[in-house]
Design a protein around this ligand. Structure first.
Ligand code: ZN
Length: 154
């Protein structure tokens, strides 16, 4: 941090405190060159994930969209809204952990599918059919064969 008096960037932190709600870090610093003491405040910035759609349009990551997509695919299936929320939260956490703040919508679709497959295969096929725009029965057959093949491999 630049010293407000002499402009030097050499300083040492002499005290660090967190605000009550833990969103602001207050640091007391001392300039090594001239000894001036000053305070800096660091605010934690919210991580924002941007989703790039197939059309090239970008939009902010929206967990509720993932939840809605899952709930639609799992109508009358044993997938709860709580599970759908957990999937959406897991994906958000994964993207932030990986530092993927710009992500293709297709990749999000893949992540949802992977998780949905573990919970309910029928919901998974339904979701995949919408997401990957299945054109005819062959696409369904192919997916079912893949699932059966994976079962055998296990
Ligand atoms: Zn100074």
């Amino acid at each position: 941090m630049k010293c407000p008096k002499c402009g030097s960037i050499n300083d040492k932190v002499i005290d660090t405190r967190l605000s009550k709600d833990a969103t602001v870090i207050r640091r007391r610093r001392e300039c090594i060159e001239c000894g001036t003491r000053f305070t800096t405040y660091e605010r934690q910035e919210e991580e924002k994930i941007i989703v790039k759609k197939k059309s090239g349009i970008t939009e902010p990551f929206d967990k509720s969209k993932i939840v809605r997509g899952i709930m639609l695919a799992s109508k009358n299936r044993p997938v709860s809204e709580k599970q759908a929320n957990e999937i959406a939260e897991d994906i958000e956490k994964f993207l932030i952990d990986e530092g993927k703040l710009l992500v293709e919508s297709l990749e999000i679709g893949d992540l949802v599918q992977e998780k949905l497959k573990e919970i309910d295969v029928i919901s998974y096929i339904r979701f995949k059919s919408v997401y990957n725009q299945f054109k005819d029965l062959k696409d369904f057959e192919k997916t079912i064969k893949e699932i059966e093949k994976n079962k055998k491999d296990q």
